[in-house]
Design a protein around this ligand. Structure first.
Ligand code: SF4
Length: 257
């Protein structure tokens, strides 16, 4: 049996009560996806750093160009302990077997691009950026498909992500030629891109292949819905697809931090 794609996922999205306030941010249907189509690599960097549940919230602060993690209540600096966890989670032995990451939005640890980076002091002006773990993962694996739960709630984005995870898994496990033959049926009306992908597969340029494959999907299906062959290759049953699409809870659960 072919191994399933492996996706790193924030534990709070799976329903684990690990957030700073003692709660979870469960995304309905997500456990089913991991139970049927993907293998999960669950992570909660703040718990793994020994911060406990519940715990005071933390903030990211940029000082002299360096990113620090501060306990908002005490001002205690937690940069070292959280960086250690991020380093372990992004070590080559872990990331070499990953096909994607699904993270909690706006989290100073897990946010993939919308965590607040305060400039100088907490509460000052901020810029959006990656959380400590998500930023480290993006740095280690620029071509890795990454999504947060708000984007997951949008069918088009969810399916583009699923597609990219599947292509990533095929290219990692079985090589670029296998990934190419799996996605070729969807590219017949895009001969230029298909030729480019053939060339990239032939020369073994995996990062460029993955980037190009991701663009092809976006360009070809603006509504984001997969064709039948894509659903089969995702190993998600039509019923799972329908359930996910119809699930109001998926959208409802993902509106607040
Ligand atoms: S967002 Fe990340 S660090 Fe925060 S509770 Fe969820 S998994 Fe843990």
């Amino acid at each position: 049996m072919t191994a399933r794609p492996r996706v790193m996922v924030s534990r709070c999205l799976l329903g684990d009560a690990v957030r700073y306030d003692g709660g979870a941010k469960t995304v309905a249907g997500l456990r089913d996806v991991f139970g049927t189509a993907w293998e999960s690599v669950p992570v909660c960097p703040e718990v793994e750093a020994g911060m406990g549940v519940p715990r005071p919230p933390i903030d990211l602060v940029v000082r002299d160009g360096n990113l620090s993690v501060l306990n908002a209540a005490t001002g205690h600096d937690l940069t070292v302990s959280l960086s250690r966890v991020a380093d372990a989670a992004t070590a080559e032995g872990v990331t070499g077997g990953l096909d994607g990451a699904l993270f909690k939005s706006r989290s100073p640890s897990c946010g993939i691009g919308d965590a607040r980076h305060y400039q100088g002091v907490v509460g000052a002006e901020f810029e959006d950026g990656g959380g400590l773990l998500a930023g480290a993962l993006r740095g280690a694996l620029p071509a890795l498909p990454m999504l947060d739960e708000r984007q997951w709630a949008v069918p088009a984005r969810r399916w583009i992500f699923c597609y990219r995870v599947q292509v990533h898994a095929l290219s990692r496990r079985e090589g670029l030629q296998s990934a190419l033959s799996a996605i070729e049926p969807g590219l017949r009306d895009d001969p230029f891109r298909l030729d480019r992908l053939r060339l990239l597969a032939r020369f073994g340029d995996r990062p460029a292949f993955l980037r190009e494959a991701g663009r092809a999907r976006v360009a070809r299906h603006p509504d984001g819905w997969p064709a039948a062959w894509e659903i089969r290759s995702l190993a998600i049953t039509p019923r799972t697809v329908r359930d996910l699409h119809n699930s109001r809870a998926v959208r409802k659960d993902t509106v607040s931090k």
